[in-house]
Design a protein around this ligand. Structure first.
Ligand code: GLP
Length: 263
């Protein structure tokens, strides 16, 4: 795995946006097939979304031939609820870029048959040719998407029960009340993310430092699902100085030396 360390979240977000743009352009130069992009919600990717929007508005990038799959959605929250991941994605990204509406995929957390919805999502990813690049964030416990501790690293898209910790962390968007945070979500699995040709995980700020250090230096474990990145042939972690703060000094030096050598 490659670890890109930037001074702060703004610079890390910029690096990630440029990386996505470069990958979209590389594929467009080689084939007419669409670029398939996996996307997260959360505060972590906001700077990246803002920069991608800027690029589109400046005519530097287009999403006309990009297909997206979002990571997750709450179960039972109306789509139009301001804190649904549907609302989040439209407000922060899709409403400001040139992506065709039918290229956007977000799990329907109100599907009458949740299992069928999750199975159809996996099929849709396959039908699109698989995901070229999945961008993700992490929870304070190291979860990717909503793959909480003890999610199998072989997991697929399914309905999950959120931990009390996650409901407390996310209660900041629900008037500070953890009980107002839906208890369940639909989420792509760890294996769904890891099947992507490239995975780029963003982690910023001191609250992510412990989970990130154990994902990088600890054993690969269902206790910290982002640790599955250790087994990905093309995994990139983009973090800031605060989030990388708990790794060994020598690990830090190694990542910096690799970046300096490889550019
Ligand atoms: C939620 C999402 C995750 C996200 C995490 C971190 O749990 N399901 O996909 O990575 O929040 O959120 P933030 O980026 O706001 O720290």
């Amino acid at each position: 795995m490659k670890v890109i360390i930037r001074e702060n979240a703004a610079e890390g977000g910029l690096w990630a946006a440029r990386h996505i743009a470069a990958r979209i352009k590389e594929k467009a130069a080689r084939t007419a097939e669409p670029f398939v992009l996996g996307l997260p919600t959360g505060s972590t990717p906001l700077a990246t979304y803002a920069e991608l929007v800027r690029m589109v508005k400046a005519g530097e990038l287009s999403f006309k031939n990009v297909i997206t799959f979002n990571m997750d959605e709450y179960v039972g929250l109306p789509e139009e609820h301001p804190e649904s991941y549907h609302s989040f994605m439209h407000k922060n990204f899709f409403d400001h870029i040139d992506i065709p509406k039918d290229h956007i995929h977000i799990l329907n957390g109100n599907a009458p048959d949740p299992e069928a919805e999750c199975a159809a999502y996996e099929r849709a990813i396959l039908a699109a040719g698989g995901i070229d690049l999945f961008m993700g964030g992490i929870g304070e416990d190291g979860h990717i998407a909503f793959n909480e501790p003890f999610s199998p690293l072989s997991s697929r898209t399914r309905v999950v029960t959120l931990t009390q910790d996650t409901r407390e962390v996310n209660s900041r968007f629900f008037g500070g009340d953890p009980e107002a945070v839906p208890a369940r979500a639909m989420s792509v699995g760890v294996a769904t993310v890891m099947d992507s040709r490239e995975v780029m995980i963003l982690a910023f700020g001191p609250k992510k430092a412990r989970a990130l250090a154990s994902a990088i230096e600890g054993p690969m474990s269902h206790y910290n699902t982002v640790s599955a990145m250790q087994n990905h042939p093309a995994g990139i972690i983009v973090c800031d100085e605060a989030a990388i703060g708990e790794v060994k000094v020598n690990s830090y030096r190694y990542f910096k030396a690799v970046e300096a050598a490889e550019g």
